[in-house]
Design a protein around this ligand. Structure first.
Ligand code: HEM
Length: 427
């Protein structure tokens, strides 16, 4: 694969960071709050006004904290407070037993059956989007893939698992969302909540079939009660799943499309395998893996340490705030060859076994990890397979050289992800 450098964040050196910033600033993943040295070190320790902050880029420790000892390292209370402020008392806004109970009930929203529905809807919705993109000629992948991801959520979670054409309410929500300050998590959630409120006010929930997972938990009377969840919890979780579900997949699809647009040979090579289902699936999967490595939508996972832990020989006290940095792990100089370069072959079966456990965790893991991973995979595979079958994508390498990354709740492009779309066959 080529050695085209992929945009990276421009972190400050540890001496240049203003460590006296308020904790509310220091906890944010930003270029001015994370030391560039973490790209070659396993950890970095600092003290905020009231707590020890530990930035972790060590794979063994990441795996221990997120997967092996979740009870000792639960979701941090700060994260839960922010989640509650943005979404209400759903999964993001709760801890402990309340969170566990919700996770159990909400499994219906991300079951294998639901993933099948998502796959089918994604295929049809992508074909529809492609017809529009062909007319447009050049598109902003970030804008378009975000809308496509939300249209898919709307037709599955909030619809009858049939794609019934582009819904303008969804398109308007994306336009409003993209005008907001990307670092304002709470404001962005407010915009998405207008869509879930519309669902409630318009009576759209009444058309949901009995086997729709949201209806199954939301009851006959709409959102008033659900087995095991209060009305408030149902509403908060509908919002959590809509926001967490579409932003992450939308942006990953945008980056995948952009990487494809920069690598016409890769598009050709994947297409040439379309006779061989397995080969094509593996190639698309490797592209998604590599995009998630370079641009993990969740850049950092926050945890609270109830117990002490040794990270690469350094003992970390109980009571510290831990930041497992997915971005730093995924681009760490000691873990990856040419970490800032695009190379989907890293994820071929032969090479994948050399990736240390804990070095690549875009969905986090353990009890608090991503709930929607199976649905996300179904959607991303279906969308990209359809795109590769119908269109060629073309990105100007000069645009790529000038592309900046913006660190916010996700890793955003600093400007439009421009891409030229050409049909492969007549439409
Ligand atoms: C590329 C796609 C996605 C990525 C990379 C991703 C990644 C993540 C990460 C890193 C977390 C934080 C976990 C932690 O704190 O340990 C998370 C949480 C979550 N994700 Fe995903 N996610 C994706 C798609 C989805 C989808 C499609 C859904 C829903 C259908 C979803 C639902 C959730 C929920 C409900 C949470 C928990 C929120 C919370 O407890 O605060 N995600 N995801």
């Amino acid at each position: 694969m080529t050695d085209i450098l992929i945009p990276s964040l421009d972190f400050l050196s540890m001496e240049d960071i203003d460590w006296s910033l308020p904790s509310s600033e220091l906890i944010r993943f930003r270029e001015n709050t994370r030391p560039v040295e973490l790209l070659e070190q396993p950890l970095f320790l600092t003290q905020s006004a009231y707590k020890k902050l530990v930035l972790i880029a060590d794979p063994a420790a990441a795996h221990e904290i997120l997967v092996k000892r979740t009870a000792a390292f639960p979701k941090s209370p700060v994260q839960q407070k922010l989640g509650k402020q943005a979404f209400g008392p759903g999964l993001s806004g709760t801890l402990g037993q309340r969170n566990e109970r919700q996770r159990t009930v909400l499994k219906a929203l991300v079951s294998a059956k639901q993933a099948e529905h998502v796959k089918e809807v994604s295929r049809v919705a992508t074909s529809d989007a492609i017809s529009r993109w062909i007319e447009m000629g050049t598109i902003d992948l970030y804008r378009e893939m975000s809308e496509l991801a939300l249209q898919i959520t709307w037709a599955t979670l909030f619809g009858d698992n049939q794609y019934r054409g582009r819904d303008i309410v969804v398109a308007d929500t994306i336009d409003a969302l993209h005008k907001e300050d990307k670092s304002d998590f709470v404001r962005s959630a407010k915009v998405v909540s207008q869509l879930t409120q519309y669902f409630l006010d318009s009576g759209r929930w009444k058309i949901l079939p009995l086997d729709n997972p949201l209806r199954a938990i939301a009851s006959e009377r709409g959102w008033e009660s659900a087995p095991g969840l209060s009305a408030e919890e149902v509403k908060a979780n509908a919002l959590v799943f809509t926001a967490s579900g579409h932003v992450t997949t939308g942006i990953t699809l945008a980056w995948c499309g952009w990487l494809l647009g920069l690598h016409p040979n890769l598009q050709e090579s994947i297409r040439s395998q379309s006779e061989n289902d397995d080969g094509e699936r593996r190639a698309v999967r490797n592209l998604i893996y590599e995009s998630l490595r370079l641009f993990p939508p969740g850049t950092e996972v926050m945890r609270h340490s109830r117990e002490s832990i040794t990270v690469a020989g350094t003992e970390i006290d109980a009571g510290s705030m831990l930041f497992v940095s997915l971005y730093f792990l995924h681009r760490h100089k000691l873990l990856w060859d040419k970490p800032h370069c695009f190379n989907p072959h890293r994820f071929s079966p032969e090479q994948m076994k050399n990736i240390p456990k804990g070095a690549f965790m875009p969905f986090s893991g353990g009890d608090y990890g991503c709930s929607g991973m199976s649905v996300a995979w179904a959607e991303m595979m279906a969308v990209l397979t359809q795109c590769l079958a119908d269109i060629t994508l073309e990105v100007d390498p000069i645009d790529a050289l000038n592309m900046k990354l913006e660190a916010g709740t996700c890793l955003y492009p600093g400007s439009a992800l421009k891409c030229r779309i050409t049909p492969i066959r007549d439409f």
